[in-house]
Design a protein around this ligand. Sequence first.
Ligand SMILES: C[S@@+](CC[C@H](N)C(=O)[O-])C[C@H]1O[C@@H](n2cnc3c(N)ncnc32)[C@H](O)[C@@H]1O
Length: 212
Amino acid sequence: MHRDFWIDRWEENRLGWHQEDAHPLLVKFIGAHPLPKGSRIFVPLCGKTRDIGWLLSQGYRVVAAELSEIAIRQLFDELQTEPAVQKQGALTHFSATGLDVYVGDVFDLTKIQIGPVDLIHDRAAMVALPDDMRARYVSHLAEITDVARQFVISFNYDQELISGPPFSVPQPQIKALYDAFYRSTLLFERDIAGGLKGVAPASEQAWLVESR
Ligand SMILES: C[S@@+](CC[C@H](N)C(=O)[O-])C[C@H]1O[C@@H](n2cnc3c(N)ncnc32)[C@H](O)[C@@H]1O
């Protein structure tokens, strides 16, 4: 899944992953593990997720990263907020009160740009990346966020039945990916009604990933 795949999806408005409401597992997680108001939550590979508006409405600040400028223009339109826009090297910084979004490749995002992060909310981000990019992604996020705590949502299904994204990342792979920097705890697991894409029986897992 490389840059052009995602850019094309946004240009063609083929957004099967996009949800109309905040993700129920995020809402459940924050309900059980509330952060102090004003905490800063990083949403990597954010698309135009409604999770951002929901987190802002809960009194949190959000920093996010996304390849597609179309996505981020639509995100700010939906938030009914006019962003300030500034080119920063390879990235473009869109900002408004409590919200910083970097448009470009997440691997170009630096520790200085991202600033302090209290929690990473990873929904359809790690699982959107093919196997050969995932370890680099996990170590990049660990480096730029000082190994911030993460809430990670993953899928488990038979990869032979459908190709990703989202990719199946079962428990042993989660452990192998994160355990160099973190310890991961399975918080919630639920079956996906009707299967993933209506084809593959699948479950969704939510992990709390904390520095060792
Ligand atoms: C499956 S979508 C998930 C979006 C969002 N997390 C959600 O739950 O709605 C993956 C997103 O990652 C973005 N993306 C893919 N590779 C990226 C990269 N290297 N840097 C930044 N964004 C990327 C895509 O443009 C796409 O919007």
